[in-house]
Write a protein that binds this ligand. Structure first.
Ligand code: GLU
Length: 300
């Protein structure tokens, strides 16, 4: 179902654990982008990786968003229910000779560096191994709404990326582009940990001959050791009883000057104020936390 609204954004958490402060910042930022543009904010649960899934995580995510008055539009969608559309997109790439079967291990590909994968020339049945995108003209730069021109360093560009993994699961890049197209997403607003994923996703948009959405990557929240907050680093789960406080912190992290008279107000009231006062220029002030991939101080 493709919608024709002028702005459609989304929040797309993986249910691999409860939301932490970094994911709350992304949720708040993408919500404000959508709502300040009179748009829709969709929720997509990215549950295509069962081994990484934590039982109950989706429900915990719903509860957390609700507690912070981050109400999504429509029903949440689940990637686990979209296998047919992913399969169809893989077929489309295979038919265009833009996909091939690869039996290399991660270690052998790393050893290969930027060299050509030996499987590129092979004609193997599509059932045996990973399916990789034939990346004829890798994209290295893109324009970000917040960070302006972003250039991904060559060492972060794997030349041939998977669209179906060796274990048969659909790969993240394929699933996210397929769904963003299907849902008519006009802007992807997410954390800067996905900066390098963007160039692979742009290559898929090109292959599908589909205009890409605009991209906007929020600065990452770091822990005291300078590592980004993540489930892998055991970032603490958001405490729901502190919702107003959490929101205020998230907004301040995003550069908004929350007035003192809003401290402790209901989450709805804080968010209503934030929608009116949301300004990407305030977020720009935070971008120096993101490393030297950014070539200029101004946003586009
Ligand atoms: N599911 C991804 C995550 O939780 C986000 C994907 C995206 O926003 O494109 O990190």
């Amino acid at each position: 179902m493709t919608c024709s609204l002028s702005y459609i954004g989304r929040f797309a958490p993986s249910p691999s654990g409860p939301l932490h402060f970094g994911s709350l910042v992304t949720a708040v930022g993408s919500y404000l982008q959508a709502k300040s543009n009179d748009g829709k904010w969709l929720l997509r649960i990215e549950d295509i990786d069962p081994p990484r899934e934590v039982v109950g995580a989706s429900d915990a995510i719903f509860r957390c968003l609700d507690a912070h008055a981050l109400h999504w539009d429509g029903q949440p969608s689940y990637q686990s229910q979209h296998s047919e559309r992913y399969e169809a997109r893989i077929q489309q790439l295979v038919e265009a000779d833009l996909a091939y079967v690869c039996q290399c291990t991660r270690a052998s590909l790393t050893k290969l560096g930027s060299g050509d994968c030996p499987c590129l020339k092979n004609k193997m049945p599509l059932v045996e191994g990973a399916i990789r995108f034939r990346h004829n003209q890798p994209i290295q730069t893109f324009e970000d709404r917040l960070l302006r021109r972003v250039t991904i360093p060559p060492e972060e560009l794997t030349t041939q990326f998977a669209i179906r993994r060796r274990d048969g699961l659909f790969a993240y890049q394929l699933a996210v582009v397929t769904d963003d197209i299907e849902q008519g997403i006009t802007e992807v607003a997410r954390g800067a940990d996905l900066l390098s994923a963007t160039v692979f996703q742009l290559a898929l948009y090109q292959a599908f001959k589909h205009t890409p959405p605009s991209f906007l990557h929020f600065p990452l929240v770091m822990n005291t050791s300078g590592l980004k907050l993540s489930k892998q680093n055991h970032a603490p789960a958001i405490v729901l009883s502190q919702a107003s406080n959490n929101l205020t912190h998230a907004l301040r992290f995003l550069g908004l000057r929350v007035p003192d008279n809003l401290l402790g107000a209901l989450p709805e009231v804080i968010l209503e104020w934030a929608v009116v006062n949301w300004n990407l220029d305030d977020v720009v002030a935070k971008t120096e936390q993101i490393d030297n991939r950014i070539e200029g101080p101004d946003r586009i």
